[in-house]
Design a protein around this ligand. Structure first.
Ligand SMILES: *Cc1c(COP(=O)(O)O)cnc(C)c1O
Length: 472
């Protein structure tokens, strides 16, 4: 089935609509605040949506990280927590789920994705080495830098163009990578940091052909590939939808084949694994695993719990199996495409093709009159909240941070506001409300003014920076 078919299912005459493969057993009330309340809340939050209280938010699309709804089976699993300090039964269940569905031999749990990034970066990167990857991710890059490495972006150029409709905008540019390897010497490349899908490019996938070719190139130079598997199930869905020869393969088979081309992976289980907290790091190399198992004890916890409770490991193990079901992933990405389609129908500028976990609004096109150092994407996130209580987040100049060498802002090509959709949480009606909110803000775009930063944290500034409207 092609994406086009999926997008229009239910709208074509003679076709049947599809619905979520679950029904709701428990509800959490939410409330739309009045405009005056939102104005005050936003001011108190320094115009940074990360600093809003959740209670002041109506529909929360800040992130899809840890905001998933767990299934009745996962909740039942929580009651089966074996909270032994060492050798918890739930650890072995998690280990088995990782090896069954991702295929890696050895695994340590971590408290979340960045815990795993920390361990891997500290273990594999020697100061002065380079870490090429398909576009940076905030926490990933900072751990690589703190370990003394330099991240080098080797994603295809099309990934930086929000309007380009390449089906696999997450692909590595093998020419760029080979050039870098030859220029710096293979011994100065710590490993390839491969992500599927690429969050910062708008949730864009990597093709199977690309990872296969990457494997061949890396074998020639004896370089290892480590995968940020956080959204790899969504990536597998796009391969099934778009890549020749995969239409009839189950998601689970595609996921495993992809991982098979890599030497290990780290995971924020708060995404594809359908839990609220947790992560893991898995590798095939016995010696490397030995080092990681030593490190995890220092920073996370003993290697059979790694900073998460037994019950959380159980929820992860069950979440892994649920997350790779074809109907689950199809409805998850289908909901994102549904929102994207509504906006595209109104000609609202978003990143195309619509990605796996979020719709990214192109803030440059909303506000061509706001210079990038007046934070167009931050402004758009603030306006959306003000208008309708919908919370998104900035993915532009604020997220990109400053160049550690020059101290200047990095000016990324993409200046985006992200609306990330939590898994199994909101209904189609919520998506309709969000789309209408975006349209209202878009219609008022010409009168919108930018922001200035009045407090700037040293690292990962987007989380805690504070802003004020620029003077009239
Ligand atoms: C969320 C995320 C991480 C970091 O994981 P945390 O669980 O938030 O620490 C790393 N990589 C990608 C692609 C992510 O989306």
């Amino acid at each position: 089935m092609t994406t086009a078919k999926l997008k229009t299912m239910g709208q074509q005459s003679g076709r049947r609509s599809w619905a979520e493969p679950w029904k709701i057993k428990m509800v959490e009330p939410i409330r739309l605040t009045i405009q005056a309340e939102r104005t005050r809340a936003l001011k108190e939050a320094g115009y940074n949506t990360f600093l809003l209280r959740s209670e002041d938010v109506y529909i929360d699309l800040l992130t899809d990280s840890g905001t998933n709804a767990m299934s009745d089976r996962q909740w039942a699993g929580m009651l089966m927590g074996d909270e032994a300090y060492a050798g918890s039964r739930n650890f072995y269940n998690l280990e088995e789920a990782v090896s069954t569905y991702y295929g890696y031999r050895y695994m340590v749990p971590t408290h979340q994705g960045r815990g795993a990034e920390h361990l891997l970066s500290q273990t594999l990167i020697k100061p002065g080495q380079y870490v090429p990857g398909n576009m940076y991710f905030t926490t990933t890059r900072i751990h690589q830098e703190l370990a003394g490495g330099t991240f080098v972006d080797v994603i295809i150029d099309k990934a930086h163009d929000p309007g380009n409709e390449h089906p696999f905008k997450g692909n590595v540019d093998l020419g760029k990578l080979e050039f870098l390897i030859k220029q710096k010497g293979a011994e100065n490349i710590a490993y390839i940091s491969l992500a599927g899908t690429v969050n910062m490019a708008g949730g864009q996938p990597v093709s199977m052909a690309n990872v296969r070719a990457l494997r061949e190139l890396c074998d020639r130079f004896r370089i290892r590939i480590y995968l940020d598997a956080t959204r790899m199930v969504e990536n597998a869905f796009f391969i099934q939808q778009r890549e020749e020869g995969y239409a009839d393969k189950p998601i689970a088979a595609i996921l495993k084949e992809f991982c098979n081309y890599t030497d290990g992976a780290w995971m924020s289980a708060k995404k594809d694994n359908l839990v609220n907290i947790g992560g893991w790091l898995a590798v095939n190399d016995n010696e490397l695993f030995d080092s990681l198992r030593n490190m995890v004890v220092i920073y996370e916890g003993l290697h059979t719990y790694g900073g998460v409770a037994g019950r959380d490991m159980e929820a992860m193990a069950i979440g892994i199996a649920e997350g790779v079901q074809d109907d689950q992933i199809r409805s998850r990405v289908g909901q994102v495409l549904y929102l994207g389609d509504l906006l595209l129908n109104w000609k609202i500028p978003i990143v195309k093709p619509v990605g796996g976990h979020a719709v990214f609004l192109d803030a440059r096109k909303f506000y061509p009159h706001i210079p990038q150092d007046q934070f167009p994407a931050q402004t758009l996130a603030a306006q959306l909240y003000l208008n309708s209580g919908v919370r998104g987040m900035e993915r532009g100049i604020v997220s990109a941070g400053r160049d550690p060498k020059t101290g200047e802002h990095r000016f990324p090509a993409l200046e985006l506001t992200r609306l990330a959709i939590p898994r199994r949480v909101y209904t189609q009606a919520h998506m309709d409300v969000v789309a209408e909110a975006v349209k209202t803000v878009y219609d008022a775009r010409e009168h919108t003014k930018g922001l200035k930063m009045v407090y700037e944290p040293k690292r990962l500034r987007f989380f805690q920076a504070r802003f004020e409207p620029v003077a009239e």
